[in-house]
Write a protein that binds this ligand. Structure first.
Ligand code: COA
Length: 317
């Protein structure tokens, strides 16, 4: 039996930081409101001309450096994003050209905030099937480009960043299981126009925040339970929960229901905002590089996003 494991992680945040106090000058909002309702204090915003693939390239090179691998060692690229540089070619292909690993399969998955969970699950299967040796699973976004900066209900939430993991074959399971789901019946509660359906508002993120909040908490708890049950484990076995970083209240509610102390939850939402597909790999990399997450730790990753799409993964790091 062949398994995959995470060889290394990497992430990148653009230099520009936008604080809640900066937003107070742009919108009818307050630092107090944003912190109380979301936990967000600051977020990073891409520079003019900096694209999703630019951010991803930095994250991937950091992961490759940490693994001691070269770009030409990569033989699969799965790229989760909702903010692609172009409609086509996809971001995976654009990144492949930068890395120079020409000829290897490269594609993107557009499952909104669950983009990385889908990318990880797909990359894991390629490695386990023996069709890839060194596979990149990426989540990267420039959500600032599709944000309506006059809409206070969404502008305070979303931000830019990138995260990546490099998978490699292993004798013992690193990725223990992944669990993906979608329910398109909820597509109107959270979406962004800009595609070929011209009846929808162009580009801006449209969200019914209250409904999304309730469904997100319930669904994420079920998704975590699913991963634990599949592996015959209780939440007490987890060393770390690395959740989607959408809202601190969603993260706290999820941890409370699982009876998991917040000391075992990696939280970056206060510094990163909601970076959609990038949020989980960014938080994972922060956990690893800060020394909190160590080799051998049992980690649960989860995300929920527009679609709705959601997923979890249980990992022995
Ligand atoms: N600053 C100040 N006031 C704001 C505001 C802002 N940025 N955004 C909304 N408000 C106001 C509303 O207009 C409303 O005012 P009213 O009572 O006078 O009508 C009030 O605050 C409450 O709005 P509501 O939408 O009920 O707040 P909430 O407690 O549900 O918090 C969210 C809003 C968006 C933070 C919350 O619903 C949420 O996080 N939802 C999930 C979002 C998410 O995670 N999406 C991504 C999933 S991947």
């Amino acid at each position: 039996m062949r398994y995959s494991r995470i060889a290394a992680t990497g992430s990148y945040l653009p230099a520009k930081v936008l604080t809640n106090f900066d937003l107070e000058k742009m919108l009818s909002t307050s630092d107090e409101w944003i912190r109380e309702r979301t936990g967000i204090e600051r977020r990073h915003i891409a520079a003019d001309g900096q694209t999703t693939v630019d951010l991803a390239e930095h994250a991937v090179r950091a992961a490759l450096d940490a693994a001691g691998c070269k770009p030409e060692d990569v033989d699969l690229i799965v790229f989760g994003t909702t903010t692609p540089d172009l409609l086509f070619p996809n971001c995976g292909v654009l990144l492949q050209a930068r890395l120079g690993c020409r000829g290897v399969p490269a594609f993107s998955v557009e499952t909104a905030c669950s983009g990385f969970m889908y990318a990880l699950s797909i990359a894991d299967k390629f490695v386990r099937a023996g069709e890839a040796k060194r596979a990149l699973a990426i989540g990267a976004e420039t959500l600032s480009r599709i944000t309506d900066w006059t809409d206070r209900s969404t502008a305070v939430l979303f931000a830019d960043g990138a995260g990546a993991v490099l998978l490699e074959p292993a004798e013992a399971p690193g990725i223990l299981s992944t669990h993906l789901h979608a329910d398109g019946a909820y597509s109107n509660l959270l979406y962004s126009g800009g595609g070929t359906d011209l009846s929808k508002p162009r580009r801006a993120i449209t969200m019914t925040g209250n409904d999304v909040f309730k469904i997100a908490v319930n669904t994420l708890c079920k998704s975590i339970e699913e991963a634990l049950v599949a592996n015959g484990l209780q939440a007490t076995a987890l060393d770390w929960l690395v959740p989607h970083q959408a809202n601190l209240r969603i993260i706290q509610a999820t941890a409370r229901r699982l009876d998991l102390p917040m000391e075992r939850v990696i939280t970056t939402v206060q510094d990163h905002g909601n970076t959609s597909a990038a949020s989980v790999p960014l938080a994972l990399d922060v956990g690893v590089r800060s020394g909190k997450i160590r080799r051998g730790d049992l980690i649960l990753l989860e995300a929920f996003g527009g679609g709705f799409t959601w997923g979890s993964a249980l990992i022995r790091y």
